[in-house]
Design a binder for this molecule. Structure first.
Ligand code: CAA
Length: 250
């Protein structure tokens, strides 16, 4: 049955693919985009909605700084006013602020922990009670291979992404008898702007270290989101799906 799916950070590489794949699976998809209140971000969101519409997708994007509890509350009240409640929450929005630990300042630590980890608490808090009340819900947290294996230059990101799966496992236990599942997807390196921002020489070395010898296509990650959001994934909870081209096998 069609559900309401909220994908945070839908304008990004993985997020856009997730929005499209969930829509193709028959769900009504909404998303959030980062804003500091300036016109620039709202204009980008309008342009993205128009581009999606031209491709046949009807998505609505809401402003939300996922690193701020107040902003998440404000976005959730707009979303609830428009759609009632959210059935499928994909905590996808995330950033990198890569730096070797020696050079990493508190600003980079705080930005990544709040955007990539605290955000899952902030957003899930807005929608979980409704899922429990309905007796059906899906929380899907997008972590990373680097939360599983660690990555030099990413103490902040690796800590946040590992923490995200801790959040998944704990919450999964709390709601497993209520029809709500909570799972993590740990993507490897995908062909997105985030990965393309890595210096070319370093990126090429990373790709050479992936047994499949290539980056993931965003759709290859989005497919797992569709699966976890489905009824047939009802017995899977507290799990972490690794999708990394064989780069890290556990
Ligand atoms: N392991 C251990 N040491 C390493 C290293 C590694 N992998 N890479 C570099 N170093 C060491 C160097 O040998 C050098 O040591 P010395 O100072 O003793 O000579 C030192 O680190 C270089 O440090 P710098 O601070 O000068 O390096 P930099 O500022 O030029 O670059 C960096 C630092 C930006 C973190 C860069 O190394 C980098 O981009 N690394 C890739 C990080 C990465 O994989 N990010 C993933 C982003 S995409 C993503 O996160 C999506 C996802 O989920 C997969």
């Amino acid at each position: 049955m069609a559900k309401i799916a909220l994908v945070t950070g839908g304008l990004g590489g993985l997020g856009t693919a997730m929005c499209k794949s969930l829509a193709q699976a028959g769900h009504k998809v909404i998303t959030t985009y980062y804003t500091d209140g300036s016109d620039k971000f709202a204009e980008e969101a309008v342009a993205w909605e128009a581009k999606m519409k031209a491709e046949g997708f009807e998505f609505k994007a809401y402003p939300c700084d996922v690193a701020s509890y107040e902003s998440c509350e404000a976005a959730a009240s707009l979303i609830k006013a428009d759609f009632g409640s959210v059935d499928i929450l994909v905590n996808n929005a995330g950033i990198t602020r890569d730096s070797m630990f020696k050079k990493m300042g508190k600003d980079k630590w705080d930005a990544v922990i709040s955007t990539n980890l605290s955000s899952a608490f902030y957003l899930t808090k807005q929608f979980l009670d409704d899922m429990v009340e309905k007796g059906w819900g899906r929380v899907i947290n997008i972590a990373s291979i680097n939360g599983q294996k660690g990555q030099a230059g990413q103490t902040n990101y690796s800590a946040a992404k590992a923490g995200l799966h801790g959040f998944t496992m704990a919450l999964a236990q709390e709601v497993c008898k209520k029809g709500v599942t909570v799972n993590t997807i740990a993507p490897g390196y995908a062909a997105t702007d985030m990965v393309m921002a890595i210096a070319e020489e370093i990126r090429n070395k990373i790709i050479a270290g992936i047994p499949m010898g290539r980056l993931a296509q965003p759709e290859e990650i989005a497919g797992a989101v569709v699966y976890l959001a489905s009824d047939v994934a009802g017995f899977m909870t507290g799990a972490q799906l690794a999708i990394n081209g064989g780069q890290h096998m556990m």
